[in-house]
Design a protein around this ligand. Structure first.
Ligand code: MIG
Length: 791
């Protein structure tokens, strides 16, 4: 089946007989029999399992669901009736029909001929005439709301499979398949997750308006129903089911610099020096494929890179970490030790003919680790661990694992020693590579926070790795599209993700890169990356003014790292993504399509300029050109950081910003942890934190998580929570701080900083002691502006 094609519902047979038997409901047509079972997974999540008689191999190949939730509690049909009932929902099953009522009140029904089979293939047609929003779906181009769209779940190396599509912003699929549909109908959200690692297609009202068609090309289907009623509820339940990212190392939340083409140690030393001279913080430098000896994985070109360990130690002393790319393709070369060790251990993917599968990638003819098997993972983890340790690296970058096989047909690649067909693991190849790589890092140091970045992935990959959104292009459409893409990935469980800032393919320019940094400076992952043979894209290549603007954005990110790190900590606890659509925070139909502005955490609204000044409406104020855009502010008060004043929400404003500025608004009732101190790149001690307090009418509360910032001990409860409450009491702003948890309290010193003329006096009550302070006028730097505060 080609891309853009799907299964026609009229080619399926729909059941005509139904029976309740042995804890299951059985439906049958002339051509098939199917067994439907139900399990309660959590109070908010129910699984319906469809086993079709045509699927000879009924094993579940998916690694999506976290281990402890795989079994669930079996739920038998209600006595004599074809109905399942769980805490989350009631499901009436017909021979070809489903009627689902969720506990929160939403209902979901299929059409009359609502589910059926065609050999191994299955189709589900849900009636969603009242639905107004569809979200999630993993990694996608185009807009936030997928209503009217069609989504293919089959990981591809976009640039190779769709040449030139990087010039467009509507290709599909991409590199990460997560078959989650979050549906918003009548103001209620619920989630449908079709757990089947094979290729799936969801048609969201494109071929049949008012219907959601879920199609699978093979294998059995586990349909998970996730209750709402809000978008937040669904995402929390989905990340309970499929896992969350652990808290990343602080350095990985900083600014990253990468480029395909960096080759020599001298270039890396020059980069370090340039960042220092330009005074732009950079937390990590990245080695793309040219560091290798003829693209042999786990090697260095010893001419260009004579002593990588020494180089990495040098970088580290300057606060700069290092990450190297590793591709799954192992050069087929009997004189290459890694190849030989893999061949001897017999850990490469095989074809149906029993030979090691050969693809054609950077090293030429290459073989591929059979990552779904523990033996291949162990083999890979051993080599990767040795490579990282010997090279003094801080993390690994996993590319080409969609899997990309060049001109060699990927479907010939089978798994588990050639016994599992390609389709069972295609979408999971990157995921299992990430799992194996994660094993390597844990092997090196089980207590350290690992960092991995992968291109290919599927449901649950966030448990092992961050994801970047692949090969985009240096144009305004791709900048625009990066917002909904990162948001929908976050709603699909992958909170830690981001695009190549500045764009990968093509030449960026001064204005585009400025706006991209301004839009992206608070994205969960911030890395400048570009392909070879394009205009050099490091921040200093666009003149001194542009450099100053980029510096402003990047430094503001570092000031806000406590806020970002706290969002990541909260994500680990709750599943809430870092980058959020407004709909996540404000459950209102008005925000169903809004995707050119977003929330970072619950407090910061970013509304970047996303159009080139040549086409964007502009005005001149005091001789300065300012770009205009509309900004929608939800009900309540917002602190406009550029204007330095409170503005009323519940309306859409026509706003303008010059090239120095990005429109930023802080929600009334916010406390933002801000780092005022000195730092050198990633070297930063978060021991002194300012509490930037924004109060107009509401009071505020912040749960600030404190741990050692380095290890994974927080996983066993070794962290404190500083709960800070702030309110206006008469003439002063009163802050109350209570630190609880097993660690010694008081390792972080807090100081209030007030915005918006709230008061000149602040009191901070801590361990029962109240200290009242007169605050003096001061300023704090945000992108494009010094904001007047009291501190
Ligand atoms: O065939 O390693 O998406 O980020 O720079 C291209 C070279 C292989 C694709 C990745 C890109 C990376 C490039 N890689």
């Amino acid at each position: 089946m080609l891309f853009g094609q799907k299964l026609h519902p009229l080619n399926f047979e729909y059941g005509r007989q139904i029976a309740v038997r042995k804890g299951a409901i059985e439906v049958a047509g002339r051509s098939f029999q199917a067994r439907i079972t139900c399990a309660e997974i959590t109070p908010h999540c129910t699984r319906l399992r469809f086993e079709n008689s045509h699927v000879a191999d009924s094993r579940n190949y998916s690694d999506a669901v976290v281990e402890p939730l795989r079994a669930g509690r079996a739920v038998a049909p209600q006595r004599g009736s074809p109905t399942f009932s769980t805490a989350a929902c009631t499901i009436e099953v017909g021979a070809a029909r489903l009627k689902i009522r969720l506990a929160s009140g939403a209902t979901l029904e299929t059409t009359e001929d609502g589910f059926g089979f065609n050999g191994e293939k299955a189709i589900f047609c849900f009636q969603t005439a009242t639905a107004t929003g569809y979200y999630g779906f993993g990694e996608r181009t185009k807009r936030f709301n997928k209503s009217g769209d069609s989504l293919d779940f089959y990981n591809v190396d976009v640039g190779a499979v769709f040449p030139h599509t990087f010039q467009r912003d509507d290709y599909d699929p991409a590199y990460v398949a997560i078959p989650l549909a979050i549906v918003r109908a009548g103001g209620h959200c619920f989630g449908l997750f079709m757990d089947n690692p094979e290729r799936l297609i969801f048609d969201v009202g494109q071929i049949a308006p008012g219907q959601l068609l879920c199609q699978s090309l093979g294998g059995n289907n586990d349909l998970y129903l996730l209750d709402g009623p809000t978008l937040r509820d669904v995402v929390r339940h989905f990340t309970t089911l499929t896992g969350r990212a652990e808290v990343p190392p602080l350095w990985s939340l900083g600014h990253h610099q990468c480029r395909w083409g960096y080759k020599t140690a001298a270039e890396f030393r020059a980069l370090k020096e340039n960042f220092r001279q330009c005074d732009i913080p950079v937390s990590a430098l990245w080695y793309d494929i040219d560091y290798m000896d003829e693209y042999r994985v786990f090697t260095w070109d010893r001419v260009d890179m004579p002593d990588p360990r020494k180089l990495n130690e040098e970088l580290r002393r300057a606060g700069i970490r290092s990450v190297a790319i590793v591709d799954p393709g192992v050069k087929l070369d009997p004189s290459y030790a890694i190849y030989e060790s893999g061949r001897k251990a017999d850990v490469f993917c095989k074809t149906a003919s029993g030979r090691d599968y050969v693809g054609r990638v950077w090293p030429g003819d290459s073989v591929f680790p059979d990552f779904p098997t523990p033996a291949a993972r162990d083999w890979w983890a051993g080599h990767l661990a040795t490579f990282i340790a010997e090279s003094g690296l801080d993390g690994a970058w996993l590319d080409m694992n969609d899997p990309a096989t060049g001109w060699s047909c990927p479907e010939d690649m089978c798994f588990e020693g050639g016994t599992a067909p390609h389709a069972k693991y295609h979408n999971q190849y990157g995921h299992f590579m990430a799992r194996a790589s994660r094993q390597a890092l844990e092997q090196l140091d089980p207590h350290a926070r690992p960092f991995l970045l992968t291109r290919g992935g599927c449901t649950g990959t966030q448990r092992y790795s961050a994801i970047w959104t692949g090969d985009n292009a240096s144009n305004w459409e791709h900048l625009r599209m990066s917002i909904p893409c990162t948001i929908n990935l976050g709603l699909s469980g992958v909170a830690f993700n981001g695009p190549d800032v500045g764009g990968f393919f093509g030449h960026t320019d001064e204005e585009l890169i400025t706006r991209w940094y301004q839009a992206g400076f608070l994205f969960p992952f911030l890395r400048n990356h570009s392909t070879n043979h394009t205009k050099e894209q490091e921040p200093w290549n666009f003149g001194p003014q542009c450099l100053a603007r980029i510096r402003d954005a990047v430094v503001t990110r570092y000031r806000l790292l406590p806020y970002l790190a706290n969002c990541f900590f909260a994500h680990h606890l709750t599943g809430d993504p870092i980058l959020r659509p407004l709909l996540y925070e404000f459950d209102d139909a008005a925000f169903e399509n809004l995707d050119d502005q977003f929330m970072v955490g619950a407090s910061i609204l970013v509304a970047p300029i996303l159009e080139c000044s040549a086409v964007c409406k502009s005005i001149f104020v005091d001789g300065v050109k300012r770009q205009q855009r509309y900004i929608t502010l939800p009900e309540g008060w917002w602190f406009d950081l550029l204007a330095g004043e409170w503005v009323a929400g519940g309306r859409t404003l026509l706003y303008s910003a010059c090239l120095d500025e990005v429109p930023l608004f802080i929600r009334d009732g916010s406390i933002l942890p801000y780092f005022p101190g000195k730092f050198q790149n990633s070297a930063m001690k978060l021991t002194r934190i300012e509490l930037h307090t924004f109060l107009k009418e509401r009071s505020a509360q912040l749960d600030y998580y404190i741990d050692d910032r380095e290890t994974r001990r927080y996983l066993t409860g070794e962290y404190n929570t500083a709960t800070i409450r702030a309110e206006i009491v008469g003439p002063e702003v009163a802050l109350h701080l209570a630190e609880t948890g097993p660690l010694p309290p008081g390792t972080v010193k807090f100081a209030p900083v007030l915005y918006g003329g709230a008061s000149a006096t602040a009191s901070l009550t801590q361990q029962g002691r109240r200290v009242t302070r007169q605050l003096a006028p001061a300023t704090r730097r945000w992108v494009g502006t010094d904001v007047a505060v009291r501190a």
